[in-house]
Every structure is written in structure tokens, then in C-alpha cells.
Design a protein. Structure first.
Length: 158
């Protein structure tokens, strides 16, 4: 009798690509521009909330049921207001509000937005996608991110 072995490969191959977008546009405006140029329909969805930092990152998503693709636009920057007191201030009794900048993924601080696209074969569509996004005049630069640089891939699982 023949014996069959089932080998489980623990290496999980991601079926998505992540693009870093550099632009000063507001998040709703960036979603609109991507919708127009890429012919997708990004809509605002539930935000990502980090309770430790008290931050909220806006997320726009689109599910393409015909091509079996999921698109996510994530704002990588977030401003929070903190109360504090200057130690060497003349008016030390008064509390002041500080605006603190937080990042969803700190390794990519310069990226304003992250565009995650879940596809079957990410290498096939990346060159054409980069070409289309570079045609948007409000975007300074767009680049594909190397997911090997991320310590925590769970940040991109939602």
C-alpha cells in the first residue's frame, strides 16, 4: 500500500502589494483622485484606532467582485492633541495643547498614504498600476514597498 505524506509549508506568501504614496492632498481628495485615475470606487470605511497612542487612521476600501481584488487606502499620518506643561515657562500653571504626529507604519514616515491591493499575482499588475498613479499630478512619487522590511505584517492585515 502506498503512503502519502502531506507537507505543510509554513511560509505564507502574501497575495497583496503595498504602495507608498507621497502627496499633500487630504485623504478624501486622495481617494477621489485614485477613483478617477484608476477607475475604482474607494469609499470610507471604519478607521483603524490605536488605543495606546489615542490615534485614528482613516481607511478607504473598495472590493472589486469581478476581478476578485480588494483595495485599501490608509492614511499613514495622524495628528493627536496632547495636554502638557512647559517646565521653564513663565506661565507654568497653564496647560497647553501640543499637536503630536503619529505614524501607522513608522518605517515609512515619509509616505503620506499606503495603498494595499490584494490580488492573486501582485507582480503582474504592479508596473501598470505604478504608471497610472504616477500620471496623477497631485502625487509627488509612488513606490512599491518591500514587505520584508516590515517587522510586523499584522499592521497590514485588516
Amino acid at each position: 500500500m502506498k503512503t502519502h505524506k502531506l507537507l505543510l509549508d509554513d511560509t505564507f506568501k502574501e497575495n497583496f502589494l503595498v504602495l507608498a504614496i507621497y502627496s499633500d492632498e487630504e485623504d478624501y481628495r486622495m481617494a477621489y483622485l485614485l477613483n478617477v485615475f484608476l477607475k475604482i470606487h474607494l469609499k470610507k470605511s471604519s478607521s483603524i484606532i490605536d488605543l495606546r497612542k489615542e490615534t485614528e487612521y482613516c481607511v478607504f476600501e473598495y472590493e472589486d467582485k469581478t476581478l476578485y481584488q480588494n483595495w485599501f487606502l490608509i492614511n499613514n499620518h495622524c495628528f493627536t492633541q496632547k495636554k502638557g506643561i512647559y517646565k521653564n515657562d513663565l506661565f507654568a500653571k497653564n496647560t497647553t495643547l501640543f499637536q503630536q504626529k503619529s505614524f501607522y507604519i513608522k518605517k515609512f514616515k515619509k509616505a503620506h498614504y499606503l495603498l494595499k491591493v490584494e490580488v492573486d499575482n501582485p507582480t503582474v499588475c504592479i508596473t501598470e498600476l505604478l504608471k497610472k498613479i504616477r500620471n496623477i499630478p497631485q502625487i509627488y512619487e509612488v513606490e512599491s514597498l518591500d514587505l520584508e522590511l516590515l517587522n510586523n505584517n499584522e499592521l497590514l492585515m485588516f
